[in-house]
Design a protein around this ligand. Structure first.
Ligand code: HEM
Length: 457
C-alpha cells in the first residue's frame, strides 16, 4: 500500500511549480514521514547577538520544500514568535508590520479564540503563553535513531555559548497504526495548493491559491495578503498556530460505552462524531460498516462530498470533519469554505490510545496531540474556526452545539445525529481534548532566516 507521499511521487508529469520551493521551509509542504519521531525544542533568546549567531549556525541545516514530493525522511524546521523577533533585535517598523494577533500572541488572544474555562492560558503548561518561547526548532524523522541525530545537529548550534536558553523539549511520535490520541487514523485530508507541483488527489477539490498558505503569492481573492516588511523577511514565509491538546481518553471511552451497548454501536458513534471511521474510511462512502481498505487508500479515502447528504443522515452536520471542512454542505451563512483552510501537521505525544481505559485517573495521564496549523493568515483562520465552526453550531443549524471532538463543552452538552424517523440527540459530550498550551510562530523563508541572522551587521 502506498502512502500519500509515494502516490504523489509516482507521477512525474505533475511537477510544474510556480512556487519558490527552494525558499519555503519543508514543514510547510512535506507530509510528515510514516512512522514519525520528533522533538520540538523551545528556546529563549537572552541576548540578541547570541540569538542571531544561533540562527546563522542553524540556517544551513533547515530543509527547504525543494522536491518535497520525494520521500525525504529527516529534517529540521524553525519558527520564531513575536517576542522572539523582538529579542533578535528586529527594527520597530518591521515588527509593526506583523499582524496584530501575532504580535499579541496566542495566550493574549484567548478571548478571541474562546480559550477560556479549562482551556484558559492560566492553566497552560509552562513555558507556553509566558512570552518566553522565542524560537521553536522542530526535528522530525522516520526513525528514533535519525531523530536523535537531527536533534544533535540542532543542539550543536545552540550549545556552548550563552545567550540562548532551552526552555523545554517536547517529544512527539507516531502511535501503532498511525492513530491519533483518540484512536483514529488522522492526517488524511490536506488542501491542495496551486503551483506546489502536484495534482490534487481525488476529492481534494480544486487547488487553492498559494497565497492563502505562503506569503508573497496571490490568494483566493487574486491579491497578495499583507506581508511583513521588508520583502526579504516576508516573502515565502508563513505563520504557524501551535496548539497542544491533552486527550481525556477515559472520558471519551466512558462516553462511547454509555451510549453504545455493543462494540458495533460504539464504533458507529465514534465515526458519527468525526465523520470517518477510526480506520479513516469516510462515513459518506461507508455509511453502515467500516471499510479499512477504503480508509487506507489515498485515491479513495477523500473522494466524497456531501451533495447527497444535506440532512446529515450519513455524516451529522456537527461531525468534526464536516465542521472543519464543510465541502458542499448548504451552510446557513454564506461562506467561502476555501478561505478557511489550513495545512495541518498533527502529531501525537505520550502513551498510545487505549480503548479499554475508562477511569477518571486516566484523564490526567499526559497524552494527546500537538497540531501545527499553517497558513499565511493562520491567526485569523484559527480564530474564525474556533469562534464560528468549533464553538458554535449556527452555521449548520444545530444551535449552540459545539464540535464534539475539540469544542470546549459546558455541562449538559449535546450532539445531534439526524436519523429517520426522529433524530437522536446524545447528551454527555464533554471537553474530550483540553488545550495545554499554544503559540504563534512565523516560519521564515530560508533567505529570511539568513537575513535575520545578519541583522545588525
Ligand atoms: C486532539 C484533537 C483532535 C482530534 C482527535 C482530531 C481528529 C481528527 C480526525 C480523526 C480527522 C479525520 C482525518 C482527516 O480527515 O485528515 C480530523 C480531520 C480534521 N481536523 Fe481534527 N482533530 C483534532 C483537533 C483539530 C483541531 C484543533 C483543528 C482545527 C482548529 C482540526 C481540524 C481538522 C481539519 C481541518 C480536518 C480535515 C477535515 C477535512 O478536510 O475533511 N482538528 N481531525
Amino acid at each position: 500500500m502506498l502512502s500519500v507521499q509515494e502516490s504523489i511521487a509516482e507521477d512525474p508529469s505533475t511537477h510544474a511549480t510556480t512556487l519558490d520551493l527552494q525558499e519555503i521551509q519543508a514543514t510547510v509542504l512535506r507530509p510528515r514521514p510514516a512512522p514519525y519521531f520528533g522533538t520540538h525544542v523551545l528556546l529563549r533568546v537572552d541576548d540578541a547577538h547570541a540569538g542571531r549567531e544561533f540562527l546563522r549556525r542553524l540556517s544551513p541545516h533547515i530543509a527547504s520544500s525543494a522536491q518535497w514530493w520525494d520521500a525525504v525522511h529527516t529534517w529540521l524546521a524553525v519558527g520564531i514568535s513575536y517576542p522572539g523577533l523582538e529579542a533578535l533585535g528586529l527594527a520597530r517598523e518591521s515588527l509593526q508590520s506583523f499582524p496584530e494577533a501575532f504580535r499579541m500572541g496566542m495566550a493574549a488572544r484567548a478571548q478571541q479564540l474562546g480559550d477560556v474555562g479549562v482551556n484558559d492560558p492560566t492553566h497552560w503548561e509552562k513555558p507556553y503563553g509566558t512570552g518566553q518561547v522565542h524560537i521553536a526548532v522542530q526535528a522530525i524523522s522516520d526513525s528514533e535513531e535519525k531523530r536523535r541525530r537531527a536533534l544533535a545537529i540542532a543542539r550543536e548550534q545552540y550549545e556552548g555559548f550563552s545567550g540562548v536558553t532551552v526552555l523545554a523539549l517536547q517529544d512527539f511520535g507516531a502511535q501503532p497504526g498511525d492513530l491519533n490520541s483518540l484512536g483514529y487514523k488522522d492526517g488524511i485530508d490536506q488542501p491542495a495548493i496551486e503551483g506546489s507541483g502536484v495534482q490534487p488527489l481525488p476529492g481534494q477539490g480544486h487547488p487553492i491559491k498559494a497565497g492563502e498558505f505562503i506569503l508573497g503569492y496571490p490568494g483566493e481573492a487574486g491579491t497578495l495578503l499583507p506581508m511583513p516588511e521588508p520583502d526579504i523577511l516576508g516573502r515565502n514565509g508563513t505563520f504557524i498556530g501551535y496548539r497542544k491538546y491533552q486527550s481525556r481518553v477515559g472520558a471519551f471511552n466512558r462516553f462511547l460505552r454509555d451510549h453504545g451497548s455493543t462494540e458495533e454501536e460504539r464504533e458507529l458513534l465514534a465515526a458519527k462524531l468525526v465523520g470517518r471511521w477510526r480506520s479513516g474510511a469516510p462515513l459518506t462512502l461507508a455509511p453502515e460498516v467500516d471499510n479499512p481498505a477504503l480508509g487506507a487508500d489515498p485515491q479513495r479515502n477523500n473522494a466524497f462530498d456531501y451533495a447527497n447528504d444535506q440532512q446529515g443522515r450519513q455524516v451529522p452536520l456537527g461531525a468534526h470533519i464536516r465542521r472543519m471542512n464543510p465541502r458542499d454542505t448548504n451552510l446557513q451563512r454564506l461562506t467561502d469554505v476555501n478561505l478557511h483552510r489550513l495545512i495541518r501537521r498533527g502529531a501525537t505525544y505520550g502513551l498510545p490510545y487505549d480503548p479499554t481505559a475508562v477511569s477518571d485517573e486516566y484523564d490526567d495521564v499526559p497524552h494527546g496531540a500537538i497540531f501545527l496549523f499553517i497558513s499565511a493568515k493562520a491567526m485569523a483562520t484559527i480564530e474564525f474556526l474556533q469562534r464560528e465552526w468549533i464553538d458554535d453550531g449556527d452555521f449548520i443549524g444545530v444551535g449552540n452545539e459545539r464540535d464534539p471532538i475539540i469544542g470546549r463543552q459546558e455541562e449538559g452538552a449535546t450532539f445531534t445525529i439526524p436519523k429517520e424517523p426522529v433524530r437522536r440527540r446524545i447528551h454527555g459530550i464533554q471537553t474530550f481534548n483540553v488545550l495545554r498550551g499554544g503559540e504563534y510562530f512565523f516560519l521564515p523563508s530560508i533567505s529570511a532566516l539568513k537575513w535575520l541572522a545578519n541583522l545588525g551587521g
